[in-house]
Design a protein around this ligand. Structure first.
Ligand SMILES: Cc1cc2nc3c(=O)[nH]c(=O)nc-3n(C[C@H](O)[C@H](O)[C@H](O)COP(=O)(O)OP(=O)(O)OC[C@H]3O[C@@H](n4cnc5c(N)ncnc54)[C@H](O)[C@@H]3O)c2cc1C
Length: 404
């Protein structure tokens, strides 16, 4: 989308293909999952976003593969030819060879995922209200989040807030604040991409919220109502996955080298070897940064790559050589709860309330659409001062469907 926008004044005809009709601001998906925001607050129709740009057409299309030799994109229902291609199909969750865990432990990538997670969480509380067996009730009130990166930390913090604040007075047969929220990370630390001081601050804030943070614990099994950590087994009705990513399978169809998670290894100008007419960008691209490591799968990388690919396309139109991509690191952030976040800008490190204000500012700024910004700001203000979710905590299905 940023590449398409940056081509506004270039003499090209842009066709933007996506299998969804909307753009989602993924950094706030966990707020939809935790009922702090509605889907429409963080998503906008792609054709609405680009409505004023005359040289763009937007087509709903499911891309199956690319044939760089014939210069065509093969769709589920046809083909589209191109002169220059920008491939930005992103990434999805990976279950490290345990795809069967997906049903029990959904990941968070789309609006549907967020709504499914919200449904499971709220249903667990509803079922607990009617459960007389204390052991089964404890299982219903145990929420496990697997993966201690920013998404896992944000989800765990939000789950703790739901139990300790939003639902605190809503049930008669149990105390919602007795719910256990367990965050499991296989590595030695949560938020491994942040400096030590910020990680430690985040861990303390999570613990203050009542999250049981377990590091150095690899999940060995996920079954219905249970998570295994080697010899230990945790009974948990709700298990959420925030542990691994895999690149879109469209990448490998280019027939060029990919990395361990299927990301296409791109050249310094973001094209692929042997095909100067194909750019691969964002989460689907593996690009070695100045520190010799691949750039992370974050929005800033995708946005800057999108703009750079567009700039190189402009240069191709003007018969000028491509320029290499240089990433400008603008910082790294993660939020832990209602008024706590960490932010690492390199020259400045923030935590706690100040970190949260920085987080809030950056996220409002990057939301697309004035309406979304305003609505989200009002809902956050409401949630901040009232300790309540702005959204009604409804499950979305009736008792007959949920009993199944
Ligand atoms: C829960 C979550 C939280 C995140 N939080 C942050 C954060 O706080 N900060 C940050 O910087 N980054 C965050 N990220 C990462 C950030 O969202 C991504 O790095 C960024 O969206 C990558 O952009 P992209 O364009 O490469 O891919 P995407 O944004 O994933 O876009 C890919 C697009 O391609 C479409 N598509 C995929 N396959 C096909 C196909 N076969 N045919 C047609 N269309 C297809 C999809 O529908 C989608 O619209 C988060 C990601 C997630 C999932």
């Amino acid at each position: 989308m940023y590449a398409a926008r940056a081509l506004r004044d270039v003499d090209v005809q842009v066709t933007l293909l996506d299998r969804r009709n909307h753009h989602v601001f993924q950094p706030l998906l966990y707020q939809v999952a935790s009922a702090a925001l509605s889907p429409g607050d963080i998503a906008s129709p792609i054709r609405w976003i680009l409505r004023r740009q005359k040289n763009v057409e937007v087509l709903l299309a499911d891309v199956q593969r690319v044939d760089p030799a014939r210069k065509v994109v093969i769709l589920a229902d046809g083909e589209i030819a191109y002169d220059l291609l920008v491939l930005a199909a992103g990434a999805t969750h990976a279950y490290f060879g345990h795809d069967d865990w997906q049903v029990m432990a959904p990941g968070l990538k789309t609006l549907e995922d967020a709504l499914e997670i919200r449904r499971r969480v709220l249903l667990a509380y509803e079922r607990a209200e009617r459960e007389n067996d204390p052991v089964r009730r404890a299982g219903l009130l145990t929420f496990v989040v697997i993966g201690g990166g920013p998404t896992g930390v944000e989800l765990a913090g939000a789950l703790a807030e739901i139990s300790r604040q939003s639902l605190a007075r809503d049930f008669r047969h149990f105390d919602p604040s007795s719910a256990r929220i367990i965050l499991i990370e296989a590595g030695p630390t949560i938020l491994s991409t942040f400096p030590d001081t910020l990680r430690e601050a985040a861990r303390k804030d999570l613990q203050k919220l009542g999250v049981d943070v377990r590091t150095g614990k690899a999940v060995t099994g996920v079954a219905n109502g249970r998570v295994d950590l080697g010899n230990e087994s945790i009974a948990a009705a709700t298990v959420l996955w925030a542990a691994g990513v895999a690149a879109s399978p469209v990448g490998v169809t280019l027939g060029v080298p990919t990395d361990r998670v299927g990301r296409v290894i791109v050249q310094p100008d973001l094209t692929i070897p042997g095909h100067p007419d194909v750019f691969v960008i964002g989460d689907l691209a593996s690009f070695t940064g100045a520190n010799g490591k691949p750039l992370p799968g974050v929005a800033q990388v995708a946005i800057q790559m999108g703009r750079h690919a567009a700039e190189n396309i402009r240069r191709a139109v003007d018969h000028q050589p491509y320029r290499p991509f240089v990433y400008k690191d603008l910082g790294n952030m993660a939020t832990i709860g209602r008024a706590s976040a960490i932010a690492d800008f390199g020259w400045l490190r923030l935590k706690g309330w100040i970190g949260w204000l920085a987080w809030l500012f950056v996220h409002i700024l990057n939301l697309i659409g004035f309406r979304n910004r305003l609505v989200v700001l009002v809902q956050w203000a409401w949630a901040y001062f009232s300790y309540q979710r702005a959204i009604r905590l409804i499950t979305g299905r009736d008792q007959r469907e949920t009993a199944a």
